[in-house]
Design a protein around this ligand. Sequence first.
Ligand code: NAD
Length: 289
Amino acid sequence: MADKWIDGALLAATTRQEVTAGIRALAAKGRGVHLTAILVGSTPAGELYAQRQGQACEAVGIAYELRTLPADADQETVAGVIQSLNHDPSVTGIMLHLPLPRQLDPTDLQYQIDPVKDVEGVNPANIGYVVYGHTLIAPCTAMAVIELIKSTGVTLRGAEAVVVGASEIAGKPIALLLTEQMATVTLCHIATKDLAAHTRRAEVLVVAVGKPGLITADHVRDGAIVIDVGINRVTSPDGTKKTVGDVDAEAVYPKAARITPVPGGVGPMTVAMLLKNTLRSAELLGTNR
Ligand code: NAD
């Protein structure tokens, strides 16, 4: 048998090919795909992330524009930029780079992005549409998790799914999309009593907490599909830094049927889902939805 790792990078490459084909089909109808990302305050990390995002967009045919605003920009200024992009017919997608400087309220600004142009699926209207079964744009990380699970061939309908972590950005939307797939979903969080009692029931276990080593072999059912959303920078005993997830992958690997690596699992698929959503936004703008 092939190894048990779920190859997020490979799946992301396939998604990028599909997005490229979709963008060509729109171009053939004379329609472009244009993502504008807003970065408030310029840090080397923020600039680098935005630069890589721009390269990922351009590789699939998405025109990418970065609007950089000064670090002391106030709420009204950033909101004004979002409103102007909402009304600009040449802009088909909008996203706001986080974190923002402290004087800004990120939630209030995300709420102002036109739901159809909201390529990250962060406007609450988009969560609401998912709840009511009329999905416009779903949050990227949650979509990535669903695609990774589906790639294993497991049937989600009726499956026992446990999500650990209940944030607005990751855990809650993941639980919502699993419910949409007709899985039986348990959502665990910091106040959950006896975490292992829940996770040991999981045929599909998704972990999005931000604590390295939280999930050990003792937490995992034999033959489970394990999706590790966590991204943690840790220092090895020899002093080198590395990125790990929330799952003790070495200990869990023998028990799991399939497991995502960190890095190389959810991360690359989340980026691919942003590209897919950007295409979807452009397609939706051409309809009366
Ligand atoms: P967060 O801090 O907003 O939320 C953490 C959640 O974990 C909370 O709901 C909290 O109740 C829960 N939690 C904390 N300790 C727990 C414990 N001991 N047992 C059970 N639940 C516990 O974090 P977040 O923004 O959701 O991010 C979680 C992790 O996922 C981070 O490592 C982050 O970097 C990563 N992440 C990755 C992607 C990606 O694309 N790969 C996207 C988003 C977040």
